[in-house]
Design a binder for this molecule. Structure first.
Ligand SMILES: Cc1cc2nc3c(=O)[nH]c(=O)nc-3n(C[C@H](O)[C@H](O)[C@H](O)COP(=O)(O)OP(=O)(O)OC[C@H]3O[C@@H](n4cnc5c(N)ncnc54)[C@H](O)[C@@H]3O)c2cc1C
Length: 348
C-alpha cells in the first residue's frame, strides 16, 4: 500500500512525486509513455518555472541540456508585418528546451528521490476503497491512500471518475513538429497569425526549431500546406497532434483526491505558460498533501492563476479572430510599449 499514487509523469506529476518522496511518503508514479518522449508543446519554458526548478535542485542539470536562451518575441500579422519585443534575460531567462529533455530530467529526479516509477504503464481502472484507492494497469494492481491526477488535459482519472467536463464548442486542434532552424530565426520566438489560426516557432538548440500550428480541425490540411511551403517540409514530415486546447477547470481536490497541472486547469498555449503552471501546481499540491490540508491546496492553486490569465484570455480571443489579432499587431508598431507590457506580464 503506497501513501500516494500519482498518475502521469509530466512536469506536474514528476514534481509532485519528487517532493512527496522527499517529504517521507511512499510514492508510486504510473506513466503511459516511456521517456524520453516528445509531446505537443511549444517547448518554451517560462521564467515562472525557475523557482520550482531551484527548489528541486535541478537548475544546473536543466542548463546542461541542449537549449536556447530566448531573447525576444516576434509577433507577425497575416501579411507578415512584425513587432518585436525583447524578453528579460539575466539569471532566469525564458528557455527553448525540448520536452523529451525537460520531462526526462524531472522524471529521473523523481526516481532518484525514491519514487517507484512505472513507465509504459497506463492506468486502466480505478476503484475507491474505504481507506484509499485501487488502480489497475498493465503492471498489475496497486493500492494507495491518496490519488493525484497529473495525467494531462485528457485525464483518464477524471474520465474514470465521471468528472471530465463536457467538450466546449468550436474547439481547435494543435499539431507540432521539430525541423532544422530557419537561418533568420536567431534566438527569437515567432508567433504568426494566419488566416487559419496561428503558428509558433521557437529555437530549441543551435540547429533545431519547434513548430506548432493551431487551427480549427477543418483547416488542418490548409495550415500544414502553408507550413510545408514556408519551411520546405517534405510530405512525410512527422506531426504530433492534440485536442482540446481548452476545457473547463476541475476542482483542485476531492476525497483523498488531488488534481494538478493541465488536469486541473488548461490554459491557451499561445502565451507558453502551461509547463510553469504544471511545475508550480505540482509543488503546491505536494506541500498541502504533506500538511494533510486539501484546503491549503485549493487556496494556493486558485491564487496561482488569479490575476494572471487575462493576457492569456486576450491571446485566445486574438487567436480565434486572426484578422483582429493582426490588426492588434499592426497597432503595436505604433504603441510598442503595449506589447512590452503584455509580454512582461506573461514572463515576469
Ligand atoms: C500546442 C501547444 C503548445 C504549448 N506550448 C507551450 C509552451 O511553449 N510552453 C509551456 O509552458 N506550455 C506549453 N503548452 C502547455 C503544456 O504543454 C502543458 O501545460 C504541460 O504539458 C502540462 O503538464 P502536465 O504535467 O500537467 O501534463 P502533461 O505534460 O500532459 O503530462 C501528463 C502525463 O500523463 C501521462 N498519462 C496520460 N494518461 C495516462 C494514463 N492513463 N496512465 C498513465 N499516464 C498517463 C502522459 O503520458 C503524460 O506524460 C502547450 C500546449 C499545447 C497544446
Amino acid at each position: 500500500m503506497y501513501d500516494v499514487a500519482i498518475i502521469g509523469g509530466g512536469p506536474a506529476g514528476a514534481t509532485c512525486a519528487a517532493l512527496c518522496a522527499a517529504g517521507g511518503r511512499r510514492v508510486l508514479l504510473l506513466e503511459r509513455s516511456r521517456f524520453p518522449r516528445e509531446k505537443v508543446c511549444g517547448d518554451c519554458l517560462n521564467p515562472l518555472a525557475w523557482g520550482v526548478i531551484e527548489q528541486l535542485g535541478l537548475r544546473d542539470r536543466i542548463l546542461s541540456c541542449t537549449h536556447s536562451v530566448l531573447e525576444g518575441v516576434r509577433f507577425l500579422t497575416i501579411e507578415g508585418t512584425a513587432v518585436r519585443v525583447p524578453l528579460p534575460g539575466g539569471a532566469y531567462p525564458e528557455l527553448g528546451l525540448t520536452r523529451s529533455r525537460l520531462d526526462h530530467v524531472l522524471l529521473e529526479h523523481a526516481r532518484s528521490c525514491g519514487v517507484d516509477v512505472y513507465e509504459a504503464t497506463t492506468l486502466k481502472a480505478l476503484k475507491r476503497l474505504p481507506n484509499g484507492w485501487r488502480m489497475e494497469s498493465e503492471a498489475g494492481w496497486f493500492e494507495a491512500g491518496q490519488l493525484i491526477a497529473a495525467d494531462g488535459r485528457n485525464s483518464t482519472v477524471a474520465r474514470l471518475l465521471g468528472l471530465m467536463p463536457p467538450p466546449l464548442p468550436a474547439e481547435r486542434v494543435a499539431v507540432q513538429t521539430h525541423l532544422p532552424s530557419p537561418l533568420d530565426l536567431g534566438r527569437d520566438v515567432v508567433l504568426q497569425f494566419l488566416k487559419e489560426g496561428y503558428a509558433g516557432l521557437a529555437p530549441v538548440g543551435a540547429d533545431t526549431a519547434n513548430l506548432c500550428l493551431v487551427c480549427r480541425p477543418g483547416d488542418l490540411q490548409s495550415i500544414k500546406s502553408w507550413a510545408a511551403t514556408q519551411f520546405n517540409l517534405s510530405e512525410d514530415q512527422p506531426w504530433r497532434s492534440i485536442t482540446p486546447l481548452r476545457r473547463a477547470p476541475l476542482p483542485a481536490t476531492g476525497e483523498r483526491l488531488w488534481f494538478t497541472g493541465d488536469t486541473a486547469r488548461v490554459v491557451e498555449p499561445f502565451t507558453g505558460e502551461g509547463i510553469a503552471y504544471a511545475l508550480r501546481s505540482g509543488a503546491l499540491c505536494s506541500d498541502a498533501l504533506l500538511a494533510e490540508n486539501p484546503g491549503l491546496y485549493e487556496r494556493n492553486h486558485g491564487a496561482l492563476y488569479r490575476g494572471r490569465l487575462w493576457v492569456n484570455q486576450m491571446a485566445r480571443w486574438a487567436c480565434l479572430h486572426p484578422l483582429a489579432g493582426s490588426a492588434l499587431v499592426r497597432a503595436g508598431r505604433y504603441f510598442p510599449s503595449i506589447f512590452s507590457l503584455l509580454t512582461r506580464k506573461v514572463v515576469a
